[in-house]
Design a protein around this ligand. Structure first.
Ligand SMILES: [Fe+2]
Length: 198
């Protein structure tokens, strides 16, 4: 049986704790239970090289000083321990509707899931960094998704009004719903858990 790297296990424990502490939506809870249960099963770690993009320099300004909750502090400490191993990349796929500055002003990294530190098909747990004044393109995907927002921004489903999601809040996207996010003068930093199903 493969055992998981302690820093990856520590991050997973912290993510589980923070997500369940901060989620009330029963749809999100059901999805998260399945995802985190599946993540109990360890898969071999990737040997992909790490990569940072220039926008990742914004991460340096996103320390735990703004997070006054122990679960979020633990989550971000464990995340920053892993961060040098991540392969940050730009969004692949349709960019229709994105702001003009989008390409150089965002980065995504996968921790668990395809192209992640622990590649797997059942769950994706990743993170998005969206620089200031940037609109992420509308997109949709079959897996349901729960964001955990660390640095706040606006989120939208379909063509409904934008909703402000505060630091420490979660936001659930049902399967296949069109969704997007946009930052204000501060970057968005948000984790996402996608449950791909059994
Ligand atoms: Fe999404």
């Amino acid at each position: 049986m493969t055992s998981r790297d302690p820093s990856l296990e520590a991050f997973l424990d912290a993510a589980r704790e923070a997500y369940f502490h901060r989620t009330n939506d029963p749809r999100a809870l059901a999805s998260l239970h399945q995802a985190f249960d599946a993540l109990e099963g360890v898969k071999p770690q990737s040997v992909r090289p790490s990569q940072r993009l220039p926008v990742c320099q914004l991460l340096r300004r996103m320390g735990s000083e703004t997070l006054h909750a122990p679960d979020l502090t633990r989550l971000m400490d464990s995340f920053f321990a892993l961060e040098p191993s991540l392969n940050w990349a730009r969004r692949a796929g349709d960019l229709t509707g994105a702001s003009e500055n989008f390409t150089d002003n965002h980065a995504n990294a996968v921790i668990f899931g395809k192209n992640g530190l622990e590649p797997r098909d059942d769950v994706t747990l990743g993170i998005s960094l969206v620089g200031p004044d940037t609109l992420y393109p509308d997109h949709r995907h079959k897996p349901e998704e729960t964001y955990l927002v660390i640095s706040p921004g606006d989120f939208r489903q379909g063509h409904r009004p934008w909703v402000k999601v505060a630091s420490g809040d979660t936001f659930y996207n049902p399967s296949n719903i069109l969704h997007s996010m946009r930052s204000s003068t501060v970057p968005i930093l948000a984790f996402w858990v996608l449950w791909h199903g059994a």
